[in-house]
Design a protein around this ligand. Sequence first.
Ligand code: XMP
Length: 373
Amino acid sequence: MLFDPVKFIEEVKPQLEQIVDGKAIAAVSGGVDSTTAAALAYRILGDKVIPVMIDTGFLREREAEKVKSMVGNLMPLQVVDVSEKFISELEGISDAEEKRKKFRELFYNTLSELVKKYNAKYLIQGTIAADWVETQGGIKTQHNVLVQLGIDTERMWGFKVVEPLADLYKNEVRDLARYLGLPKEIYNRQPFPGPGLLVRIVGKVTKEKLELVRKATKVVEKYLDSMDYSQYFAVIFESTSSYEPEISKGVGCDVYTYTAKATGVKGDVRAYGRIAKVECNNKDYEKLRKVMEKITSYDITHVTVKVGEDNPEGKYTIGIRAVLTQDFMTAEFAKIDWEFLEKMESEISSLSKNIKEVVYDITTKPPATIEFE
Ligand code: XMP
């Protein structure tokens, strides 16, 4: 059935008015979901709602500034800078779920302090259907899924969670955002995960990796912003890898696996496996897709293809990921023209002598997830 934003608002308005009987903090990440949830709540409840954006230090370049100016005429967004604390507490953690859980703890402790400061009782957030379906399924700990996991937010942080978009899917949220008058840069915006670049620093978190992935993200976005891909970004991980003779023989290409691990979803179950790199003479995407399908039957969750030349002095691999999807529950990798990928590669490689190579992710979801962690 076609989603009707007018009907949706008519239904949600009395519910919100009844539930929110005091002040509420609305957490905005700059992504379409949380920004829409905050704009909707602000429109219905007015000054009872205090929209805040937490600068966690894992945002894209000048992100907080940009979002504040994009939503300025719809709601008074405050930016709270806690980046130093977040970075120092997360530095050194390697395991994907440990990072996500630590991030969630820091994030909600910060919101809890804000709730106290403003004498609020509620937290409005933009959790949508796909978030809790996957977290409940144990695929990965989405930072914003709490109530659905049985977490008592009132006891832990002193606020009740209100999720006006919890039953909507991404395309419906975009329709609602457009109706609410959010600018095109928001409603057409590709999703950006709450933990941000943290889940794109694959393996150990370091400041150097954070700065490099932030710069690489800017290059990837510059090249792919005008394409119609659903989501596109860069990741970074250590380049240490080993040759896999048996797997290589099976697919007729050279296959390497990295020590870095990434998240996938196989048979509806979470998988945390290796990242592979294939080097094939034939760069036909149909052939590569078959290679990807075969390789992921091993303990491998993301398959990448090398783009351009190596810098033997470097120590980091930058991965480019671009996907097409309707609901973000399943996804196709984008078949980006090789010459175009090579242009991106040369610009990314020139960012730092510590970048060894650039690879392109050719894994569908499943068996990979969209993010690496
Ligand atoms: P995955 O990686 O699970 O991602 O295939 C599906 C969609 O969800 C986004 N994502 C998140 N969004 N908090 C969010 O707000 C999170 O913790 C989170 N983890 C993944 C991801 O970017 C993609 O759009």
